[in-house]
Design a protein around this ligand. Structure first.
Ligand code: ASP
Length: 320
């Protein structure tokens, strides 16, 4: 059995207000990721680790998600990105923080994982390591899109709290709070699982701020039983070791749904509302969230489901 689940970030308060004019493009991207990587996983041509890497790379390339090109801007108006990856079978992990000059932070994290030591590199050293290892170099300004620039301008004008304008398509079509971080979890033919997460963080984040995304055990976790990628206000996922907590609860015999619920309940009182995606070695998958929406999708047995608000999107009604 093979499974791929992905997310494109969680956010927003209150009632679901329906799709925005930008959501069809996000849905098309998720559909393409699920179909192409799901099929490759099923054929056995890639394992879970490569599947989550390629899935996240494709989402890093979609400017409407907050990772790679289209990352949100820091307080000083620049892009700094974080990513991490973990392989369940051997517990190997890799992470980069504060990178600015590469197209695919998740591939950099994968290269670190493959090298074996250390687990995490930061800033310029991480960019240089990645470029030397073949990750595509880009100009820092190439990563900045008009939408993110407008959201940052709005954030600056309103003197808002970090993250307040991240998914503000109001510059285009709606005004909800959210993040757009991307992540993937996969189960391959050999029963191996892996998890990967990549982000630009939160609009207006203070210089040097690192969220949960690149922290193994907070935003990303994989072991022999389960792979997890989290999204939401990172500080709460760090303070609860969110992803690792979920794995521990699952190992201690909570059902997958209950283990996910436990983590969402733990982050909520400390301001960390968000969502998680998880896949188990036994073939269960969950994509719960406590925000207005979470961009999410699952490929299982060749079947694709995609959701944003509370219900799945009717893919037949979309011309994707
Ligand atoms: N967790 C990410 C961070 O705090 C943001 C997100 O998931 O949307 O940097």
């Amino acid at each position: 059995m093979t499974i791929l689940a992905i997310h494109g970030g969680a956010g927003g308060d209150g009632e679901w207000r329906g799709l925005t004019s930008l959501d069809p493009a996000r849905i098309r991207c998720m559909h393409h990721v699920l179909k192409s990587i799901g099929d490759a996983l099923e054929s056995g041509s890639i394992d879970a680790l490569e599947a989550v890497t390629q899935a996240v790379e494709l989402m890093e390339d979609e400017p409407l998600f907050n990772a790679g090109i289209g990352s949100v801007l820091d307080e000083d108006g620049t892009v700094t990105m974080d990513a991490s990856i973990m392989n369940g079978a051997d517990g190997a992990a890799g992470a980069v923080v504060n990178v600015r000059r590469i197209r695919h932070p998740i591939r950099a994290a994968n290269c670190i994982l493959k090298q074996g030591w250390p687990v995490m590199l930061n800033s310029q050293a991480a960019d240089e390591f990645a470029i030397q290892n073949g990750v595509e170099e880009v100009q820092p300004t190439w990563l900045i899109t008009d939408l993110r620039q407008k959201q940052w301008n709005l954030w600056k004008e309103q003197n808002a709290r970090p993250g307040a304008t991240d998914e503000d398509d109001s510059v285009l079509d709606h005004d909800l709070e959210g993040m757009g971080t991307v992540g993937a979890v996969a189960l391959d033919k050999n029963g191996g699982v892996a998890a990967a997460t990549s982000t630009g963080g939160m609009t207006g984040k203070p210089k040097g701020r690192i969220g949960d995304t690149p922290i193994i055990g907070a935003g990303t976790w994989a072991d022999a039983n389960i792979a997890i990628s989290c999204t939401g206000v990172g500080e709460a996922f760090i303070r609860t070791c969110g992803a690792h907590r979920l794995a521990t609860k699952f190992e201690a015999a909570l059902s997958l749904d209950d283990a996910c619920r436990d983590v969402l309940d733990a982050v909520e009182p400390i301001g960390g509302r968000g969502g998680v995606i998880a896949v188990t070695a036994e073939g269960d998958v969950a994509t719960p969230f406590q925000t207005m929406l979470m961009y999410r999708g699952v490929w299982k047995h060749g079947e694709i489901t995609i959701g944003i608000g509370p219900n799945d999107v009717d893919l037949d009604s979309m011309d994707s």
